[in-house]
Design a protein around this ligand. Structure first.
Ligand code: PMP
Length: 455
């Protein structure tokens, strides 16, 4: 840090000039931002030198952990060779091409094509346009409506925020746009009542069937959902849910879009979330773990069924970004995927650290203020409850979550709270002792909630 940018100086500059995403700016400027200065493995350090265990992998994305020199070197080599060229007008570059091959190799099945973007939100906009072009080209111009879920998250662009089911996002900017509607989420703890989880999973899947029938199959293009809802609170659907959704999409001839932005690249112990749940989507937006966040890159996996129409019949798809297939971002992603492969990180999540993480988190179910723990691979949601037996929630769910989150943060652990669910999604390289550390600090945070917030 130069003399000009002392810490307080930097905070003042930030408050004066930097508008932050998803932040109450007035509050933030009063409080000041934390300046994150360095990362290594699963740890980050702030500018004052305080060390944190980042149980959230940045924003669900730093799958290979911080401080990977190999990625920095691959990026530097590519920068020196070809820092930029577009993939429009009949050109490509080696990293983007090899990356498309590598990703589709891991996706398997008929997901043999990739369209590159710079983010998950752009991936959402890409498939949203693509499904409409697909049906129109096949002679079904009315098949335009897309069904999504309440409390789902698909990004922050106009289409992304519309497809997401977040009310506060809809309230800003007159969203959702036309041609999008939402059905319920498979959140058994909150909405399952007396049904068993599997009964409830079927019930929620059949909301899709009912909505398609209400709109008319001839008007519906696609259904989109995250295999496990991330931002919505790590909502793990009952086992009965996904097979029934896949059956309905097939029977009603609508495209199935699995948003793999969080679940992709090893988080669930498989390369992609849909593989964990045993179904195959027609399209799958990806981002985050694709480059472990080292550089921005995303994309859409496209099945043979859709790609055939886009390639053979559509002609020009008038869509793309200056940085689609950016050679430096692609080089970072390629190196990131090489690390995941060579270190066997996906298998490690499936057979070693994932089960350990799940068991460790499940041990918190004995705590008075924990209603249930959902954990798959290296993603988990801890449901806070004021009464376990009746699944009663805290009167002010957001306050309950923030109480635990802030206590964890003070004690060197970064977790996220969505309402009254505590979320964890650490790097795939986390060790057993680091998992133990998460549990110890989180348990102290839960004790603090029990002791300070009235139930
Ligand atoms: N889809 C899902 C499931 C996500 O979690 C996110 C980001 N959290 C997005 C899409 C949007 O990605 P981005 O922030 O890279 O635009």
């Amino acid at each position: 840090m130069t003399a000009l940018t002392t810490l307080s100086n930097l905070s003042a500059i930030d408050a004066a000039h930097h508008l932050h995403p998803f932040s109450d700016m007035k509050q933030l400027n009063e409080k000041g931002t934390r300046i994150i200065a360095r990362g290594e493995g699963v740890h980050i350090w702030d500018a004052q030198g305080k060390k944190y265990l980042d149980a959230f992998a940045g924003l669900w994305c730093v799958n290979v952990g911080y401080g990977r020199r190999e990625i920095a070197e691959a990026v530097s080599r590519q920068m020196n060779e070809l820092p930029y060229y577009n993939t429009f007008f009949g050109t490509t570059n080696e990293p983007a091409t090899l990356l498309a091959q590598k990703i589709t190799g891991h996706a398997g099945g008929s997901l043999n094509h990739v369209f590159f973007t710079n983010s998950g939100s752009e991936a959402t906009d890409t498939w949203f346009r693509m499904v409409r072009v697909y049906w129109k080209t096949l002679g079904h111009p009315t098949k335009t409506h897309v069904i999504a879920r309440r409390n789902g998250y698909h990004g922050s662009t106009v289409a992304g925020a519309s497809l997401g089911g977040m009310k506060p996002m809809h309230e800003q900017g007159n969203l959702p746009i036309e041609g999008i509607s939402h059905i319920g989420q498979p959140y058994w703890y909150a909405d399952g009542g007396d049904l068993t989880p599997d009964e409830f999973g079927l019930k929620m899947a059949r909301e899709l069937e009912a909505r398609i029938d209400e709109l008319g199959e001839e008007n519906v293009a696609a259904f989109v959902a995250e295999p496990i809802q991330g931002a919505g609170g790590v909502i793990v659907p009952p086992d009965s849910y996904w097979p029934e959704v896949a059956r309905i999409c097939k029977a009603r001839n609508i495209l199935l879009v699995a948003d793999e932005v969080i679940c992709g690249f090893g988080r669930l112990g498989r390369w992609f979330g849909h593989q964990h749940f045993g179904f195959e989507p027609d399209l799958a937006p990806i981002a985050k773990g694709l480059s472990s966040g080292y550089l921005p890159i995303g994309g859409v996996l496209v099945s043979d069924r859709v790609a055939r129409v886009m390639i053979e019949e559509v002609g020009d798809f008038n869509h793309g970004f200056t940085y689609s297939g950016h050679p430096v971002c692609a080089a970072a992603a390629l190196e990131n995927l090489r690390i995941i492969e060579e270190e066997g990180l996906v298998e490690r999540v499936a057979t070693d650290i994932g089960p350990y993480f799940a068991a460790a988190l499940k041990s918190l179910e004995d705590h008075e203020v924990v209603g249930a723990v959902d954990a798959v691979g290296l993603i988990a949601g801890v449901q806070l409850a004021s009464d376990k037996a009746t699944r009663r929630r805290f009167e002010k769910p957001d306050d309950a979550g923030m109480t635990v989150r802030n206590h964890c943060l003070e004690n060197g652990l970064v977790m996220r709270a969505t309402g009254d669910r505590m979320l964890a999604s650490p790097a795939l390289v986390i060790t057993r002792s680091e998992v133990d550390q998460i549990i110890e600090t989180l348990r102290a945070g839960l004790d603090h909630l029990r002791d300070t917030v009235s139930r």
